[in-house]
Design a protein around this ligand. Structure first.
Ligand code: ZN
Ligand code: ZN
Length: 351
């Protein structure tokens, strides 16, 4: 099998050739049809997260080993399965839930494998889909995509589940009050689309880039606001008629989290999703006095993946601009994303 691997942090991915794995036990081997290029791949590729104050959280310290085949938004066709892999057959087209845990601890047994202390995420801690084949340890990670085109289904594995998981944390007010979404890149447009599918009241989208704000407006945002405007918080407060009940920060930078906090109404909540990095200082009395909350959200559970696919079946696939590229163009695709030139999602098609 062929794959494009990170062999050295930040250096171009290298074409590797190794024996195609034979599935044993419950394992399933897929031929990769579509693999989305996600913004978090840039962090994995560079090898660290910025945690503010000039400090870095190294992925090597979290157990990420090189060489690594990245790619965690995958759709594939089953080509072989181990004797213990029930419920799948050769030829099935499946979306791969990549957020694997150990499968045995109490957290995993509750279905929250994404929160397991020993993550085995596909494309992060084990080989992902920037390859022609992908080995998945158990059929429970495979989801039927029905008639959804593979390149449109692939982004559901990260972009989709991540924004769905964040939107669920808003709770029942989602249908009653507008939600503020910071960041109108691929995640932002996905979030906007799922928000509408979930019956959301209206979305206000905040971004520094006029092209992305325009894309958000066309995608149905009720208002768009320039994050760099000196009165951005005031504009959000006005647009939400007194302050935001919920801000979903898909960027997660010092400035965006600060903007989110400054825009909240009493009782409001910031859900941080993005991993841009930075740090903030918040006066502790503001938590009780304003009754605000800051909550993190990381991808989603197997149950949420099933719910998301059910939602997509009922309400249609998120209308996200998708550009396809051959697998061999993976380095160009990563650089395009790094340069901020991608509106929507790029998906690699090994063909
Ligand atoms: Zn991702
Ligand atoms: Zn576990």
């Amino acid at each position: 099998m062929k794959s494009y691997d990170v062999c050295e942090c930040g250096a171009p991915l290298r074409l590797m050739d190794r024996p195609t794995p034979k599935p044993a036990g419950t394992e399933v081997l897929l031929k990769v049809i579509a693999a989305g290029v996600c913004h978090s791949d840039l962090h994995i590729w560079e090898g660290f997260y910025d945690i503010g104050g000039g400090k870095k959280l190294k992925l090597a310290d979290r157990g990420v080993k090189l060489p690594l085949t990245m790619g965690h938004e995958n759709v594939g066709e089953v080509v072989a399965a181990g004797p213990g892999a029930t419920g799948v057959k050769v030829g099935d087209r499946r979306l791969v839930h990549p957020w694997l845990g150990c499968g045995e601890c109490a957290v995993c047994r509750r279905g929250d494998e994404q929160l397991c202390r020993t993550s085995g995420a596909i494309g992060v801690f084990r080989a992902g889909g920037y390859a022609d084949h992908l080995l998945v340890p158990h059929p429970r990670y495979l989801f039927d995509i029905g008639g959804i085109p593979p390149e449109r289904a692939a982004p559901l594995a990260c972009s989709g589940i991540t924004t769905y998981g964040a939107l669920k944390k808003v709770g029942p007010l989602l249908q009653e009050e507008p939600v503020v979404i910071i960041g109108a890149g691929g995640l932002g447009l996905m979030c906007l689309s799922l928000h509408r599918a979930m019956g959301g009241k209206g979305a206000i989208v905040v971004d520094v880039d006029p092209v992305k704000r325009d894309a958000a407006r066309k995608a149905g945002a009720q208002a768009v606001i320039d994050a760099a405007a000196p009165d951005a918080a005031r504009q959000i407060i006005d647009a939400t008629k007194g302050g935001a009940w919920a801000v979903i920060d898909l960027v997660g930078a010092t400035q965006t989290v600060q903007l989110a906090l400054d825009s909240l109404i009493k009782g409001g909540k910031v859900v941080i999703v993005g991993l841009f990095g930075g740090d903030i200082t918040v006066p502790t009395p503001s938590f009780p006095l304003r009754t605000i909350a800051i909550q993190g959200s990381y991808v989603g559970s197997l149950t949420e993946m099933a719910e998301l696919l059910d939602l997509v079946r009922r309400r249609g696939v998120p209308d996200l601009p998708v550009g396809t590229r051959p697998l061999a163009a993976v380095n160009e695709a990563l650089n395009e994303l790094k340069a901020g030139k991608v509106v929507g999602r790029l998906v690699l098609m090994p063909g």
